[in-house]
Design a protein around this ligand. Sequence first.
Ligand code: SIN
Length: 575
Amino acid sequence: MRPRPPRPRPPGWSVTADVVVVGSGVAGLTAALRCAAAGAKVTVVTKARLDDGSTRWAQGGIAAALGDGDTPAQHLADTLVAGAGVCDEAAVRALVTEGPDAVRRLIATGARFDTDDDSGEILLTREGGHHRRRIAHAGGDATGAEISRALVEAVRRAGIETVENALVLDLLKDARGHAAGVTLHVMGEGQHDGVGAVRASAVVLATGGMGQVFSATTNPPVSTGDGVALALRAGAEVSDLEFVQFHPTVLWLGPEAEGQQPLVSEAVRGEGAYLVDADGVRFMLGQHELAELAPRDIVAKAITRRMLEQGAEHMYLDARHFGAEMWEHRFPTILAACRAHGIDPVTEPVPVAPAAHYASGGVRTDLHGRTTVPGLYACGEVACTGVHGANRLASNSLLEGLVFAERIADDITARRPWDTPAPAAAVPGSPAPAAAVPGSPAPAAGEPLLASETRCTIQRIMTAGAGVIRSARSLDEAAARLEAVHRDAVEELHRDGKTAEPGVETWEATNLLLVARVLVAAARRREETRGCHWREDRPERDDATWARHLLVTLRQDGTLDVGTTGTAAFPGTTA
Ligand code: SIN
């Protein structure tokens, strides 16, 4: 008989809500507020504190056709170009047409954007791939922090129940296979201690991204792909994980720098900064009509190429011409981060290099944020709505979080699933249910929890094999090394009955391994270069074969099933 992970403890506590929202960034809190406003009883659970996710770190802003002469049609066109042929047009259309009013509602909720002193109009900047000024910002370069502040305050005002320091473990399902809540492990300072459950007939995943799967990223330490891993264990489809966006201009802190790195917003280029090599040459000129403001994948590739050609570890961003006053007023966060690392952008060019920034893929949804598991919704970076295609357009992510969270709330509150009696007690959502009973502190049957040190091993494997530049060889090697990590842990469990102690670090390492395996499997399969997926062994875009999505599910035996859609649109998302 196969040894099992430690016997699960029964949930120490359980609360019931109509809707449980997992995650507290722009998407999660928007969904929570709108569901609550429509009369639903909502509980928000979040892994750290309410404002600890990625939203707080967003600098540049939120894109919407708010300026004179701008239109949703122009925003649509720029988004489709950036997405390199695999955006779902219906999803993009929803984003750009509903976006301006969603931003106005965010302002009504309390978010304060930067405005012109005289006219009171919202100030708009530009970023890569946008042909117009359409990025609203706050606090100069602290847009996400302001949005987070406004939404957290609104959630508190609305009296929505929140559970902090709560790591979500697995989805609960009812006898029909519908989502019925989540199990959680609450650490330290949460209102409920230990392993518990929130039972709810609608579950909204808004857990953010997975940037921590690479060694260097702009993402905070909490971005470990927990939502994608949960959804896979629950049997949901994930899509487009191979499309990882590397932000071109991340402050370069040395070859050994690991973990979250300071972002130097694209808005700095939007306001006129330019990229130069060590000889002062502006290498983006002539590469694209928008030069430094080309779509992000093009700039990241150009920087990487130049680094390779010159054997350099970074390039430079030169914005000395802004002068001290503009730096202090417009980019105070970036100025402070640079100065904290001994670089003064007022007097010297800033060393920059690409780093992992955004997962364009995630849990596949339709136009209402529904995943392939009934009752399970996803929005924000954890989701793949089809809006971003192969390369997200700058500052479309906060907007996507807003618009699709609202769509989800509208779908849930129109259906009111809590009015339909639950058929039976909740059962685990895992496709391998033996060990994943409600409240289990261990993952699916036969799957061990990984030691926390494994996180670093996974990050190094991914950076070496699945980073900015990929090839069949680098990806094969990454896949083999990841499978070895997985196999060793499974063998140790089966041989000695040993698995790591349940806790945040071990669950995060376990989730990171699963999402890394999926990402590499998809990147190996996509034998072309498209958007931010750059295969040096397949340098061309191949529309005849690859203008479609890769869909991945987790089989019961822990292996991955990788399939494709017939076209660039997901089934069920066409208008
Ligand atoms: C930035 O400010 O450059 C990042 C904006 C984004 O990722 O959309």
